[in-house]
Ligand binder design. Structure first.
Ligand code: G3P
Length: 249
């Protein structure tokens, strides 16, 4: 039985007020859900403490990024242990914005995955192709290579802490969403890649991200290999985010 997860990535948005109002509302709505979905809020690191104060019950908290080191003279960085210490259960790693804007390589992503798992967090490993790569017919190859590279340092007993989020770069923040059929096809391909990498592919949750909204979530979540969503813009409005959580079958 795979975990069903809907995670809201606030990116560099939010405030103390949003942490208070939105999280309080989402928490009480999450308690009423009977579809077994785990709801996760992933705010900017500076608001993690505020969100953790409001979370609990069925609502968990994550960080958007951690450094690859355990501690030390790395000004501006936050460690996986610190995120855990603050009450986080999840962390994003390898988001396309980190790869594209901050030059994060596959090797760095793998090092961060290793650090997150050692700290006891669940790593939501983000992968996805650009529009050029899709149009060149290379989408599956690119995603397979990202998945394999990210997971090179996962030990056999750590697979339960790994979640993959497929986020086609061309669908992020653009209003364009992969069709449910295309997303399902990529998720099925990711499962094959996971098996090739020695992972228990059938038990790993695969999330779809990229302009998921209240009106397209149900079709995406109905697909057999889509176990949830990683939501950007629509996670900043409680009613939209809650509707997406409710769309999980
Ligand atoms: O991590 C979530 C993401 O990148 C998708 O963002 O705004 O297209 O839902 P958005």
């Amino acid at each position: 039985m795979r975990r069903k997860i809907v995670a809201g990535n606030w990116k560099m948005n939010g405030s103390k007020d949003l942490a208070k109002e939105l999280v309080g509302c989402v928490r009480s709505e999450a308690e009423a859900l009977d579809n077994g979905v785990e709801v996760v809020i992933i705010p900017p690191a500076i608001y993690v403490g505020d969100v953790v104060e409001q979370a609990g019950g069925k609502l968990a908290v994550g960080v958007q990024n951690v450094g690859q080191w355990s501690s030390g003279a790395y000004t501006g960085e936050v460690s996986a242990d610190m995120a855990k210490d603050q009450g986080c259960e999840y962390a994003l790693v390898g988001h396309s914005e980190r790869r594209q804007l901050f030059g994060e390589s596959d090797e760095l992503v793998a090092a961060k995955v290793e650090r997150l798992l050692a700290s006891g967090l669940t790593a939501i490993v983000c992968v996805g192709e650009t529009l050029d790569e899709r149009e060149a017919g290379r989408a599956e190859a690119v995603v397979a290579s990202q998945v394999k590279a990210a997971l090179t340092k996962v030990a056999a007993e750590q697979w339960g802490q790994v979640v993959i989020a497929y986020e086609p770069v061309w669908a992020i923040g653009t209003g364009k969403t992969a069709t449910a059929e295309d997303a399902q096809a990529m998720h099925a391909a990711i499962r094959v890649t996971l098996a090739e990498a020695g992972a228990p592919a059938e038990s790993i949750s695969l999330l779809y991200g990229g302009s998921v909204k209240a009106d397209n979530a149900a079709a995406l979540f109905a697909e057999p290999d889509i176990d949830g969503g990683l939501i950007g813009g629509a996670s900043l409005k409680s009613e939209d985010f809650v509707s997406i959580c409710r769309a999980m079958p």
